[in-house]
Design a protein around this ligand. Structure first.
Ligand SMILES: Nc1ncnc2c1ncn2[C@@H]1O[C@H](COP(=O)(O)OP(=O)(O)O)[C@@H](O)[C@H]1O
Ligand SMILES: [Mg+2]
Length: 357
């Protein structure tokens, strides 16, 4: 049995049969095909001192049922834990039961600045990283002088929230931001930009500033690639899914939550092209480097942008890929859901062989 740790809300909607990004049907496919039961639970279903979980169990050929089961030895996390109290609870649970826990996600693993630093150490990856700095006024000005366009974003952001684009044209600075999903532009002189900066970023330590990628366009709209890189049954990192998110006309954000449209990767790229090769190569290198720092990593959703020269740029790595980018392609959605579980099942088998031997 594999434990699947989720946040309360997605777990509840999955149990109630609502469509959420966690699709019970695909988990069931895994259980039935690989004859490996799953136990879904959230923090509410566990007690670090109890040897059992009061969770939701999926057995081959059966429906999901609430049941008390012995704590499994292996777990896959689809949850993000921010609060210290909750973090303590799950850590105690992992320690007390000596579980193998994959894809643990707290603030530490999601920090965009430290993630940039760890990737920047690898020469083959470095050339794919937009130049990035902690947010200071001087760093904004330096990026603008050098690249004319800067992106400021929160270190712990998501869904494109609080991402600001600043452009410099001569002595005029354009600020683009989104307010309740509406695009807001303003054109200001340098002193007003500084006033804006001071009032907008009261806690600059929570942000980074980076070179804006001169993003390639498809039908006059900018786009971003979401690439799923996962550990497969062979134990190797492989690209198991990809899709393109096409921004709304005039928008500078490509998040699905900001209204981007999802189109198949093959609509823009030939999967056998040099670009596709580079995308595979860069994303698997990124995954390996990530794994060096966070050894339980087995599932990454990596965002990339291409510039006008088709050079590949890393934007961010998501540790809980919601897989929304694959929802037009059921096979891809299913594959990316079950691949990490198949990997874990293989680990269980090889560990038990070692134990018995
Ligand atoms: N360096 C960049 N150059 C161009 N666009 C960017 C850059 N960084 C972010 N963006 C745009 O902003 C969006 C959100 O930024 P991202 O780093 O992915 O944060 P979030 O966690 O909010 O998704 C991206 O999907 C992309 O459209
Ligand atoms: Mg993003």
């Amino acid at each position: 049995m594999i434990g699947v740790f989720m946040n309360k809300r997605p777990l509840n909607s999955m149990i109630r049969g609502n469509t959420s990004y966690e699709k019970l049907e695909f988990y069931r496919h895994f259980v039935d095909t690989f004859k490996e039961p799953l136990c879904f639970y959230s923090l509410d279903n566990i007690d670090p001192y109890r040897a059992s979980i009061d969770g939701y169990v999926l057995l081959p050929g059966k429906n999901l049922t609430q049941a008390e089961v012995r704590v499994p030895e292996h777990h896959f996390s689809r949850a993000i834990i921010y609060r210290q109290r909750n973090l303590n609870k799950i850590k105690k649970f992992i320690r007390n039961h000596r579980t193998r826990f994959y894809q643990f996600q707290s603030k530490k693993e999601r920090n965009k600045w430290t993630n940039y630093e760890l990737l920047n150490n690898v020469p083959e990856i470095k050339s794919h990283l937009p130049e990035t700095y902690p947010l200071t006024w001087d760093n904004v000005i330096n990026i603008l002088e050098k690249y004319k366009q800067a992106i400021v974003k929160p270190i712990y952001g998501s869904l494109g929230k609080k991402v600001v684009l600043i452009e410099k044209r001569g002595q005029i600075y354009t600020i683009k931001e989104k307010n309740e999903f509406r695009l807001v532009h303003s054109e200001v002189a340098l002193e007003h930009l500084e006033m804006y900066y001071l009032s907008k970023f009261k806690r600059p330590k929570r942000f980074i500033v980076q070179q804006k990628v001169n993003t390639d366009r498809f039908r006059h709209r900018i786009y971003e690639c979401r690439v799923s890189v996962q550990k497969t049954s062979s134990g190797e990192w492989e690209v198991t899914g990809w899709a393109v998110r096409l921004a709304q006309k005039g928008d500078y954000l490509t998040n699905v939550s900001q209204g981007s449209e999802i189109i198949p990767f093959s609509r823009i790229f030939n999967p056998k092209s040099d670009t596709a090769y580079t995308i595979r190569d860069v994303t698997t290198r990124i995954a390996k480097q990530f794994e060096k720092h966070f050894p339980d990593t087995i599932d990454l959703g990596i965002d990339l942008m291409l510039d006008n020269n088709k050079h590949v740029w890393f934007i961010e790595a998501n540790l809980r890929d919601q897989r929304l980018s694959y929802y037009n392609d059921r096979e891809m959605w299913r594959r990316t859901t079950i691949t990490p579980l198949v990997f874990i099942q293989n680990q269980m088998v090889s560990e038990s062989v070692t134990k018995d031997g």
